[in-house]
Design a binder for this molecule. Structure first.
Ligand SMILES: CC(=O)SCCNC(=O)CCNC(=O)[C@H](O)C(C)(C)COP(=O)(O)OP(=O)(O)OC[C@H]1O[C@@H](n2cnc3c(N)ncnc32)[C@H](O)[C@@H]1OP(=O)(O)O
Ligand SMILES: O=CC(=O)O
Ligand SMILES: [Mg+2]
Length: 717
């Protein structure tokens, strides 16, 4: 398709994109279009070649690693020889001397508080707004509406389930806000006076065992709320006797509202499908709306039109009559794309330019609207812009990102290090050199996060030629994974990130399995993480309970200085030490094929970047580009080593395509893959497996983008 482009400072840019940037992003920022485009042209002059060189370096290291494994053939694993080799080729770099991060002014949600981090595809305005507002969420709704209290309810209102929810919430209150005597379950009235919260139990007034956990009161409509705080997180007891739930409660308690998603990542990367100017505008427009505070979305729900907008701050009256303002929204962070892809949105000398560079310019420029605000509500009260940078391999790439954002700051007139960077520890070369990566970003780093999904994909890809990997169950308990998680926390603490930055853990990728999450994800704060990722607002509310149960700051103090798991553990791939059982292999082949197809078909045909897809046992899984990378790399690795054959792959993909078609039968926009198996979605899935071993770092982006562009072109004809 011929598209209209506009020239700016020697660059050829999609005309709609130019209008969007100039009329919507820059308008009101004080940055002229001329300055912006000149700055971008200079950014490309200064960094595009280095970007290319970093990608070449990745490829060169991978080629050497492949050759080393091939040369060793079937020899037993030799950790010492491998480490020496990785040092010689510069994969392992020298450790920096002990240092402390000096990252300037950072909001408390990042520096000192511990709580859930919600991730959301920013391309979906309805979800993006919901994520921003997920700072606060109903515990009653999260317990009642999920499987946390047993099977998800399907019929009418279930009073016995309500009673169980109320009892579970009272149990939480008794742990986090114990009364001097008695239980919250037996309170007949809540009230407050100058001395704090007063509950009535058995006709007697009782106060909180720790009266300082009472913060104040708040009114909204018919509701009166008592605001409490524990481990820095607020909780509201909402009283409304006119509501059926409040009316059924002796104390009139209608809900327990938790401060939940302290931070939310508005994602421009693995959960979105953005392949051209129109898509990129869609992504940036929502981020801009969030930063301007005026994003609004109307949609149909339950037969009604609903309009969603950003929540306001919450005003609390303290016992002394003064007002405390609490943020109504999660602190918003934006995830840019990594260093890999180029985009034809901006052409230089007729060639596509690095997508990461335009992301850096536009997402930071959009955030100027928030930064320049003087009135409330503001996103960052500390005056920072938080960019999450994914998929970086090692310290040179981290240092490159640091320089890129220094340039962006100069162009946009920002003080040095206004832009803070979140470092995804999700590629093996970063994990193996984590201290050096943090050091490279020490003046602006605001988090490290174990993105174990991408990391697993890179684990397989890096050691593709070492031999066949164990199956998924074996991978979950592999020594490298535990070493990676533990080392991340300890290296972060050694860099003095405690009290200054987040040490984060990965995604709960089973969005419907909340009971299981309640059991399992407490391991994250227990491991010393001050945040961990959740896929939905409901999960944010339930995961918030874990930060009441665990005092993360105390846990981090205990862990600081503990012995570090050896680097050799991190570097030892989880290879199968004998033939893999054929029935297990067939099952995993089908499972991976189904997951890839279920995800890819929505990505390629409908532009949906994050989906809920059933696995072979009908467990609904969150699939994004990182989980797709894992499945594709698994199959590519087994194919490479003859564990499975090409015919078996082709057969599994066709059988599973029929199944995926069936799963999507209710979607009128869905185009079946069977019986022809020749559409761009099916071919994308097939390519991901069959050429998975040769994709750069095993990434899915190049193939997905190409096939999505093809599907878009087909749908125009
Ligand atoms: C490896 C990585 O990079 S992980 C990071 C990328 N992953 C993510 O960003 C996960 C984002 N999550 C999602 O997209 C979704 O939760 C899915 C696709 C996993 C599951 O979706 P579903 O359960 O089908 O959600 P569904 O469409 O039924 O929506 C249910 C409600 O939850 C809300 N919701 C679901 N996920 C989110 C979210 N992440 N943020 C905000 N709201 C959300 C929706 O807005 C909707 O509420 P509404 O009707 O009031 O608007
Ligand atoms: O981005 C997160 C991951 O796990 O990958
Ligand atoms: Mg990732």
């Amino acid at each position: 398709m011929n598209r209209i482009t506009t020239k700016r400072h020697g660059l050829e840019i999609d005309a709609e994109f130019v209008s969007f940037v100039e009329d919507q992003v820059l308008e009101g920022t004080g940055i002229s279009p001329d300055r912006f485009w000149q700055g971008h042209a200079e950014l490309l002059d200064a960094f595009a070649e280095d970007n290319r060189a970093l990608l070449d370096r990745r490829a060169d290291l991978q080629a050497r690693i492949d050759a080393w494994h091939k040369a060793r053939g079937n020899q037993a694993w030799d950790a010492a020889a491998y480490r020496t080799f990785l040092t010689e080729i510069g994969y392992l770099t020298p450790e920096p001397a002990p240092f402390a991060v000096e990252n300037g002014d950072i909001d408390p949600e990042i520096a000192t508080l511990a709580g859930p981090q919600l991730v959301v595809p920013v391309s979906n305005a309805r979800f993006a707004l919901n994520a921003a507002n997920a700072r606060w969420g109903s515990l009653y709704d999260a317990l009642y509406g999920s499987d946390a209290m047993g099977q998800v309810p399907t019929g009418g209102f279930d009073e016995s389930r309500r009673d169980a929810v109320v009892a579970r919430a009272a149990e939480f209150l008794d742990h986090s806000f114990p009364l001097q005597s008695g239980s919250h379950a037996d309170v007949t009235e809540y009230d407050a006076d100058a001395d704090g919260l007063m509950a009535t139990v058995d006709g007697q007034p009782v106060r909180l065992a720790q009266p300082e956990r009472f913060v104040g009161t708040r009114s909204e409509g018919a509701d009166r709320a008592f605001v409490l705080r524990h481990h820095g997180l607020h909780v509201e007891l909402v009283i409304d006797r006119s509501h059926p739930i409040g009316a059924a409660s002796a104390s009139g308690l209608r809900d327990v509202v938790l401060e939940a998603a302290l931070t939310a990542i508005q994602d421009c990367e693995d959960s979105v499908a953005a392949v051209d100017a129109a898509d990129k505008i869609g992504v940036y427009r929502n981020w801009l709306g969030l930063m301007k505070g005026d994003l609004v979305e109307s949609f149909q729900k339950g037969g009604k039109t609903m309009t969603r907008q950003l929540a306001d701050d919450r005003q609390v009256t303290r016992p002394d009559g003064s007002t405390l303002t609490l943020p109504g929204r999660a602190l918003l962070l934006v995830r840019n794309v990594g260093h890999l892809m180029t985009t034809d949105v901006v052409l230089k000398d007729g060639q596509p330019t690095p997508e990461g560079l335009i992301d850096a310019m536009v997402t930071v420029a959009a955030a100027l609207h928030d930064l320049n605000r003087t009135d409330s509500p503001r996103n960052s009260r500390a005056g920072a812009i938080y960019v999450v940078k994914p998929k970086m391999h090692g310290p040179e790439e981290a240092a490159f990102a640091d320089r890129v954002f220094s340039h962006v700051e100069r162009v946009l007139g920002l003080a040095p290090n206004t832009v803070k960077l979140g470092l995804m520890d999700e590629e093996r070369r970063t994990s193996a050199n984590l201290a050096a990566c943090i050091h490279a970003l020490r003046h602006r780093i605001f988090f490290i996060n174990t993105g174990f999904l991408d990391r697993t994909g890179d684990e397989i890809h890096t050691s593709m030629q070492a031999g066949p990997f164990v199956g998924r169950a074996g991978m979950k308990s592999a020594a490298w994974l535990q070493a990676y998680e533990d080392r991340n926390v300890l290296i972060g603490l050694a860099a003095r990130m405690r009290g200054r930055a987040q040490i984060g853990k990965g995604m709960w990728a089973k969005p419907d399995a909340m009971a299981e999450m309640l059991e399992a994800k407490i391991a994250h704060p227990r491991s010393g993480a001050s945040t961990a990722w959740v896929p939905s607002p409901t999960a944010a509310v339930l995961h918030a309970l874990h930060y009441h149960a665990v005092d993360v700051a105390a846990r981090q103090a205990e862990l600081q200085g503990q012995p570090m798991p050896d680097l050799d553990l991190l570097l030892t791939p989880a290879l199968a030490n004998g033939p893999l059982p054929q029935d297990a292999v067939r099952r995993e082949l089908d499972n991976s094929a189904q997951g890839i197809l279920g995800y890819v078909v929505r990505w390629v045909d409908q532009g949906v970047g994050c989906s809920k897809v059933p696995d072979i046992d009908d467990v609904q899984l969150m699939e994004d580009r990182a989980t797709c990378r894992i499945s594709a790399q698994y199959l590519a690795n087994w194919l490479e080593h003859g564990v499975i054959t090409r015919d078996q792959v082709e057969d599994a993909l066709r059988r599973m395509a029929v199944r995926v078609d069936g799963q999507n039968a209710g979607d009128p926009a869905y185009r079946p893959m069977a019986p022809d198996f020749d559409g761009p979605a099916f071919l994308a899935a097939r390519d991901l497996v069959l050429s998975g071993a040769s994709q750069p770092s095993g990434y899915t982006e190049p193939l997905l983008h190409a096939r999505r562009a093809e599907a878009k072109a087909l749908s125009r004809h």
